[in-house]
Design a protein around this ligand. Sequence first.
Ligand SMILES: O=P(O)(O)OC[C@H]1O[C@H](O)[C@H](O)[C@@H](O)[C@@H]1O
Length: 314
Amino acid sequence: MALHKKKPAALGIDLATTQESSSHGSIQVSDDSQFVTLSLASGASAKVLLYGATVVSWKIQDRELLWLSSASALDGSKAVRGGIPLVFPVFGPPPAGTAVEKLAQHGFARTSKWNLLGRAEDEEGSVRVEFGLSSDSLDEETKAKWPYAFGLIYSVTLRENTLETKILVQNPGSEAFDFNVLFHTYLRIPDVSTIGVQGLNSLTYRDKTLGGSEHQESSEVIKITSQTDRVYKSAPDAITVSESDKPLYTVTKTGLNDVVLWNPYSDGVEKIGDWEPKEGYKNMVCVEAGSVASWQTLEPEATWEGGVVHKAHL
Ligand SMILES: O=P(O)(O)OC[C@H]1O[C@H](O)[C@H](O)[C@@H](O)[C@@H]1O
């Protein structure tokens, strides 16, 4: 069966038999129907788990660019520890007294089984796959905790040096809802002690390691030397992770307001059961683009879109 579909439909497709190739790339569904692999003739690839629509690998040639814990569950029993989990409709612990209060930390998108909608029209030199999740496909327990009508279309586009993740949020219901959304990208880095993060200077940030107090960033190049968990508000669209003066990654967001910078460091990883190897904090930094410092409100019949392009400078 061909994967190609012109328009995303509400129904999934027969995952067991899908495979498609073109001159510049291919899309393949694993035998157990749990993963979709995108590959380009140029040597780039990405692997997406249907559970959470979580990108668990992004490679250029044989070089892995995302950090994934070796102890992460990949069987749908728990959110993935690493890769790019998708946070929706709440970021962090749900605040009491809000419509999301019964949900788990970071919401249900990362712990729901998504439908593979198919391959979207792609431009030369890229492959793109779309995934869908809607109120109709949520399990009853989750639906009861957040009873809004919604539709999500998540697209993952692989190009030679970039991986783009984009989400469309739809409100087909008659009631407005508030949401947060965030791409929780675990970037793989050679050594946390030698990298710097640029693009956040002079912004106000909420420091979650200091009880959520607000501070102003004063570093042109942010070094990570201890546990770091900050929400930078109204951030510019391009953030760069460099090693000395050499850029490693540029994360460019569209339609998203904020950037979260997270590294749990040596003390933080001790409290994270599925974090292995513990020393792995040295090889990752989360640069998470999202809209999380304030709620996005989606009116009935309205749609909202936001996305991130992760570029690797090789
Ligand atoms: O352990 P998780 O639920 O996956 O959350 C992992 C991390 O996500 C974000 O980066 C938050 O800012 C952190 O406070 C949180 O610890």
